[in-house]
Design a protein around this ligand. Structure first.
Ligand code: ZN
Length: 511
């Protein structure tokens, strides 16, 4: 363990109360920047109790659990209709009986399957039906809210339907069962993430191979399905699964990389390296279950006034490959290589890997707990920074600036349909730095194909983190997007090479 007792200069910054959503001007108290390095006393207990809270799916689940409700599927939308026994959808979750006039049982249903969406990062509600004698469980993924309540981005939610559920066969079933699993995003959103399965409690994940995708409805043939695992081509995906009595499997849009994994990663690096200082930033949490937002300051001898690289991530809950890429990319700055050592003599790195923990825990498609896109909360003169996550990041970076830090780059890691980089459309040193970086990546990693750089106009995207950093920190800024399906091996090799290129480019500039 390293020595945490070293003191350094006082600097006061204003921060928001953890629970509030007040504007940045309503600062309620001030504290020293050194406080960002202090863990709260009860942190261990808080980490241990973080769990999936009831989001919108939980509300629906509660209604589904009412014995008198029947569930109807209407194309790609789920509707709950109370007290009507119509249609052929029933719940697999509990036994129910229909009684006649004299109280006699005229129909009895005993469940065969178990279903759970009550764990961290879960999302999806089940609908059950028999189709030509075969059981079918449809998992409907409902978004956390339909329209962003953000200050700057009204409109429909992003098309990234996340799902993560556990399905099993009850012991009482006595023999193996084959069931068709269908996964359907609500609201007619396209199927995007091909399903992964884990059969051994979170250890090993495999992409499910035998999937079919529903392409369209034909007036004569009905549903037209085909064997394919391409994304963006249909509204539902389905596959058959055979489970033995007592067996339960976990099915998810991506192998989950959870807030706990991220916290462990931060802790491990800060325990291992003397130059890695753990940061504790305020974040929103109505449940008071979450520890502060974790961060790392890489700074040899805790000198604050160096040229500083900022790496942020975890803004959008389903973007797992972006979070794993962030870890690989960041680790290059901790390495024992001669380049790493030299880099740390001159530069600091601030890493804030999880800007939307609550959204991740609740299995959100896009938004934070307040129903807004975290990457549209980075503010302009008039508005923005409504949430403690973005606001405390801003406060920390501005506090470092006061200590003499300059910002040599701001990198925000995400995932999308393919490898991409988004950068503010700026000229001069900032634009040149990013262009050179991308050119070198394409030269050194030709197997990735031509990694595309897309320019973001300042009008429509002014409240995203990269534009704020470009504008306020004068930092060359980029949103790095990994592919949803970038393999684990490529995530690692690509990130390590990109980080080396990045370090070399910074080091080649005169001090
Ligand atoms: Zn994103």
């Amino acid at each position: 363990m390293k020595n945490r007792s070293r003191e350094f200069g006082l600097l006061t910054v204003a921060i928001l109360s953890i629970s509030g959503c007040a504007s940045p001007d309503n600062s309620v108290k001030a504290r020293a920047v050194t406080d960002y390095f202090l863990p709260p006393k009860s942190m261990e207990a808080q980490v241990g109790t973080a769990s999936n809270s009831k989001g919108s799916a939980g509300t629906v689940e509660g209604r589904l659990n009412d014995e008198n409700n029947t569930v109807l599927m209407d194309t790609a939308q789920a509707r709950v209709i109370s007290n009507e026994l119509t249609g052929n959808f029933v719940l697999p979750l509990r036994a129910w009986k229909v009684k006649g006039k004299n109280g006699e049982v005229v129909h009895e249903y005993k469940p065969t399957f178990s279903f759970s969406n009550n764990f961290p990062m879960a999302r999806g509600v089940p609908l059950f039906r028999m189709e030509q004698g075969k059981p079918v469980i449809t998992v409907v993924s409902l978004p956390e809210n339909l329209v962003s309540k953000g200050p700057s981005k009204p409109g429909s939610i992003n098309d990234s339907p996340w799902y993560s559920v556990k399905i099993g066969v009850l012991d009482s079933a006595k023999k193996s069962q084959t069931v068709t699993i269908e996964i359907t995003p609500a609201l007619g959103e396209p199927h995007r993430y091909n399903p992964w399965i884990c059969r051994n409690k979170g250890k090993d994940w495999q992409l499910i191979q035998n999937t079919e995708v529903l392409h369209y409805l034909d007036s004569k043939k009905g549903e037209v399905w085909s064997k394919t695992s391409l994304t963006q081509v249909g509204s539902r995906v389905r596959f058959d699964l055979t489970l033995s009595p007592g067996q339960q499997v976990h099915i998810a849009a991506q192998p989950p990389h959870s807030p706990r994994d991220i916290r462990n990663w931060v802790q491990r690096l800060c325990d291992k390296y003397d130059f890695a200082h753990q940061l504790y930033l305020p974040q929103s949490d109505e449940t008071n279950q979450l520890a502060p937002m974790p961060g790392i300051l890489v700074s040899k001898d805790k000198v604050l006034g160096r040229p500083t690289v900022v790496i942020v991530g975890g803004q959008h809950p389903p973007e797992v490959t972006g979070r794993i890429g962030l870890e690989h990319f960041s680790e290059a700055f901790f390495g024992p290589s001669a380049q790493g050592k030299k880099f740390r003599e001159r530069f600091n790195v601030v890493i804030i890997p999880m800007l939307n923990e609550r959204g991740m825990l609740d299995g959100h498609w896009r938004h934070n707990r307040g129903g807004i896109d975290s990457n549209r909360d980075w503010g302009t003169k008039q508005k923005g920074f409504n949430f403690p996550e973005t606001n405390s990041t801003r406060e920390l970076l501005l506090a470092l600036k006061k200590e003499g830090a300059t910002f040599v780059s701001f990198i925000d890691l995400h995932s999308t349909y393919g490898l991409k980089g988004y950068t503010p459309d700026v000229q001069g040193d900032q634009g040149e730095f990013i262009q050179t970086f991308m050119k070198e990546i394409n030269k050194q990693l030709p197997e990735l194909g031509n990694w595309k750089l897309v320019k973001l106009g300042t009008d429509k995207y002014e409240t995203i983190g990269a534009l704020w950093a470009s504008r306020v920190l004068n930092a060359p800024s980029i949103v790095l997007e990994y592919g949803d399906d970038t393999s684990a091996a490529k995530l690692k090799s690509f990130s390590e090479t990109a980080a080396k290129i990045f370090m070399t480019q910074l080091q080649s500039k005169a001090p």
